[in-house]
Write a protein that binds this ligand. Structure first.
Ligand SMILES: [Zn+2]
Length: 360
């Protein structure tokens, strides 16, 4: 597989050319220069002691370009450091390093490769998950009904430790970390309940998109596993000639539209650069009508421009439609309910027929 080859190569280039100390600075770690010896910093491992390393015990070695903590033996490369500090996976870390250190990325870095093994672990994790009351109530407060919750197999956890425990008992820590499930820790330290949406591709779980039930300082969503698949992507298979499909920004908007009887798939965040667009091209053959409906905020406008460009690139001319009240379809569902949404979709005046982009 030439892509994997490329990915390995880019990892090697990064490890050889980007200094561990520079990366630590870029990550805003607090660095003690250690009077000209090997610089040290507070350990970045969340399993270090009770989680806090008050006296810096993690050293940054210029020679080997690696870090090592003498207390918990946490060690690794520049890529590992970025993964650990930003709680992201290897692909994202490589992406981040390339962006921040001006390294040219291989053309298809966005093509995610999910090992079949991981698929097995993701589906096992899904079977272990339940829907705690806290999460169910949250989903209901956002207008989703039982049928939708069931249909999308939306689950959740009350706290990180119990979710980790039940998985690790069976598969061990290594798998927990390798699959990216350990990233659930982002909000876990505060015992925040999290709603978990499985992402299916060809009816197999290839990843998750997760959101805490309260707003926190960290990012609203994290994505675990495959980054190339649209949420609810398998819905494209069920479309027939001439059908419409709405492309929205997150699982809540997607579920809201589906609850109103409209076919929808979602990008996850606005990371379109990671998505595999072949499925859209395949649907184009079936003359499916694509309708873009990104959030109606500043980020949405950016997404819209990015999307139009991407669609242009694959030869699809989409329509644009926005909810009338609220920033997105989930807000619209909460504000107005299903019947009104249907009427907006059927008679919406802000629907722009044949969006044509004029480029200089
Ligand atoms: Zn440590």
């Amino acid at each position: 597989m030439s892509y994997i080859h490329n990915f390995k190569e880019i990892c090697k280039i990064i490890k050889e050319s980007v200094s561990i100390v520079d990366v630590a600075y870029m990550l805003n770690l607090c660095i003690d220069n250690n009077r000209g010896g090997n610089p040290k910093t507070n350990c970045t491992n969340h399993r270090h002691g009770d989680g806090v390393d008050a006296n810096p015990s993690m050293f940054l070695y210029r020679n080997s370009n690696r870090y090592h903590c003498f207390s918990c033996r946490n060690s690794g490369s520049v890529i590992d450091l970025v993964m650990q500090c930003r709680s992201i996976d290897k692909y994202e870390a490589v992406d981040w390093l390339c962006e921040n250190f001006g390294i040219k990325k291989p053309e298809r870095l966005q093509k995610q490769y999910v090992p079949q093994d991981d698929v097995k672990y993701y589906s096992s994790f899904l079977r272990k998950l339940e829907l705690p009351e806290s999460c169910r109530n949250y989903l209901k407060s956002r207008g989703l009904n039982e049928e939708t919750i069931e249909k999308f197999q939306i689950k959740g956890i009350d706290d990180y430790s119990s979710a980790q425990q039940c998985f690790v008992q069976e598969y061990g820590f290594e798998v927990w970390e390798k699959t990216g499930l350990s990233r659930l820790y982002v909000w876990g330290s505060k015992n925040v309940p999290q709603v978990i949406f499985p992402i299916f591709k060809n009816y197999q779980v290839v990843g998750y998109v997760v959101r805490p039930v309260i707003d926190t300082k960290s990012s609203k969503y994290i994505r675990i596993g495959d980054k190339s698949t649209f949420f609810n992507q398998d819905a494209l298979d069920t479309l027939s000639k001439g059908d419409e499909v709405y492309i929205v920004e997150g699982p809540f908007d997607c579920c809201s539209l589906e609850q109103c009887g409209c076919k929808s798939i979602a990008m996850l965040g606005n990371e379109l650069k990671h998505m595999n667009l072949d499925v859209l091209k395949a649907s184009k053959e079936k003359t499916i009508h694509f309708i873009l409906s990104p959030d109606k905020d500043v980020a949405g406008t950016d997404t819209e421009l990015g999307l139009l460009e991407v669609f242009d690139g694959i030869g699809i001319k989409p329509q644009l439609i926005y909810p009338e009240s609220g920033n997105d379809w989930n807000e619209e569902l909460v504000n107005r309910g299903r019947i009104e949404i249907n009427s907006i979709l059927n008679h919406g005046e802000n629907r722009m027929e044949d969006v044509i982009r004029v480029r200089n």
